[in-house]
Design a protein around this ligand. Structure first.
Ligand code: MG
Length: 159
């Protein structure tokens, strides 16, 4: 089988009083991501991993943040479009693995909901979707609660 892997990384700054949406799930918190879209840092990293695996550019190429079409958009729509694009190019998604780096709040209670939403959005089984959360031990922008970062890897295969 023809396997390919891709890697993605994204960062968003946090601002007071905004919605916090990560991995397609709204998380109760006092801060949310400052972004042109809904600022879903995990989905953005995942989209870049999938696009990277297929050498199809990046999320900014396909969904430019200068376009009003994507203002405030639900990032699940972007992920579904990326999955469809890969499908059109003859690729299936094998599995994905994402790590979110954030000091607060604790993401553990939301991880399984994220996995289910992401799996459904990509049209793959939930056991093919891993989401992990970590802190940076109060170091760096994540640790100071100024922002959140996410990295992701994806394996795809030629169907
Ligand atoms: Mg982003």
């Amino acid at each position: 089988m023809n396997f390919r892997i891709g890697y993605g990384y994204d960062v968003h700054a946090l601002g007071e009083g905004l919605r916090l949406v990560i991995g397609g799930v709204e998380i109760p918190h006092t801060k949310g991501c400052i972004a042109h879209s809904d600022g879903d840092v995990a989905i953005h990293a995942l989209c870049d991993a999938l696009l990277g695996a297929a050498a199809l550019g990046d999320i900014g190429l396909h969904f430019p943040d200068t376009s009003d079409d994507y203002a405030g958009i639900d990032s699940k729509i972007l992920l579904a479009r990326v999955a469809m694009l890969l499908h059109e190019k003859g690729y299936g998604i094998g599995n994905v693995d994402c790590t979110i780096s954030m000091q607060r709040p604790k993401l553990r209670p939301h991880i399984d909901a994220m996995r289910e939403v992401l799996a459904r959005t990509m049209g793959i089984e939930v056991d093919c979707v891993s989401v992990k959360a970590t802190t940076t031990e109060r170091l760096g922008f994540e640790g100071r609660e100024e922002g959140v970062s996410a990295s992701a890897v994806a394996l795809i295969y030629k169907m």
